[in-house]
Write a protein that binds this ligand. Structure first.
Ligand code: PRT
Ligand code: ZN
Length: 283
């Protein structure tokens, strides 16, 4: 049995549960307690606030966890970052009132910076040799400059909309973050084995994201050209059809290239093109 800590509610909760479920580890949400067993894998799920997840994993209260890299860096606990998970993407940035003239990080010398991430921004200023006053506040950081609590802020930015609506501009991007899978450093042999089975499944899920499976009929003498258009995982599968001179071609394609590839394949005579969603890709 391995225990994973995930965010109990908030931005990472849904995507964490979806990832587990797509990897064959279903959590019965209706029977949800602080600690809930998953179906389909020897896994139990511990629901915590994201702030507490790095420490829970470092102390072994949970064996592994899913949390923003920003929280891992801020808490500075000794945990292993097993892999990036590709969701919850954001950045931690310094922002100042938009009318200020900004020439570089020297602007922050002697200034007051409001943030919920004093650890990360403190390290940044130390590395740059800048002395700034860091004011730790728990929430609504973005309003601090307009109410006179601070000269600037250091906060999470995603679209940038919150900064704009508070009259601020982003001037330094300090950390790029996303959800990461973290692990305790002294897992037993058994738990290491379970973790590697989990990461194998996560890889398969991630690899299939944004991929489609295509089937089509093609004149057999165009098969070589089609192979050049569709490199696929090794190469496309080509099967003869009952009708003389025709074949069926199967291949996995990246979704962002789908329409270009379809255009090229139609151009060499492909017909009856089917596009299916791809659930898992195991290599
Ligand atoms: O209750 P708990 O402590 O568990 O949750 P929380 O309130 O501390 O965190 P939560 O659920 O808001 O965020 C969890 C994690 O999601 C963060 O630690 C980040 O790793 C990640 N994440 C991704 C974000 C955002 N995007 C995000 N946009 N976290 C917060 N924001 C906020 C940000 O604070 C700011 O107020 O969104 C606003 C900025 O968004 P834009 O789009 O206007 O720039
Ligand atoms: Zn939090």
């Amino acid at each position: 049995m391995i225990r994973i800590a995930i965010q109990s509610k908030g931005r990472l909760n849904e995507d964490s549960i979806r990832l587990l479920s797509e990897a064959g580890m279903k959590i019965e949400e209706s029977r949800r307690k602080l600690l809930t067993p998953a179906e389909g894998f020897p896994l139990e799920v511990l629901y915590l606030r994201d702030d507490d997840i790095p420490q829970a994993v470092a102390d072994g209260v949970a064996d592994i966890g899913i949390v923003g890299l920003n929280e891992v860096e801020e808490r500075d606990r000794d945990v292993e970052i097993v892999r990036r998970l590709g969701f919850g993407k954001c950045r931690l940035s310094l922002a100042i009132p938009k009318e200020e003239d900004y020439q570089g990080p020297g602007w922050f010398e002697g200034k007051k910076i409001a943030t919920s991430y004093p650890g990360i921004v403190g390290r940044y200023f130390r590395e740059k040799g800048i002395k700034a006053n860091i004011e730790t506040i728990a929430g609504s950081v973005e309003i601090a400059p307009s109410v006179g609590m601070a000269d600037a802020i250091f906060d999470i930015v995603s679209s940038g909309g919150t900064l704009v609506s508070n009259g601020l501009k982003e001037v330094e991007k300090v950390l790029f973050s996303e959800a990461v899978l973290i692990g305790n450093r002294s897992l037993t042999e058994e738990k290491r084995g379970l973790l590697s089975q989990m990461t194998f499944r996560f890889e398969a899920v991630e690899r299939s994201r944004g991929m489609k499976y295509m089937l089509m009929n093609l004149p057999s003498d165009k098969a070589d050209e089609a192979v050049r258009i569709l490199p696929g995982m090794k190469s496309p599968t080509i099967l003869p059809l009952a009708q003389e001179g025709w074949c069926s071609l199967h291949a996995a394609v990246r979704e962002d290239e789908l329409w270009t590839k379809i255009g090229q394949l139609k151009g060499i005579g492909a017909e009856d093109i089917l596009v299916l969603s791809l659930e898992k890709t195991i290599w």
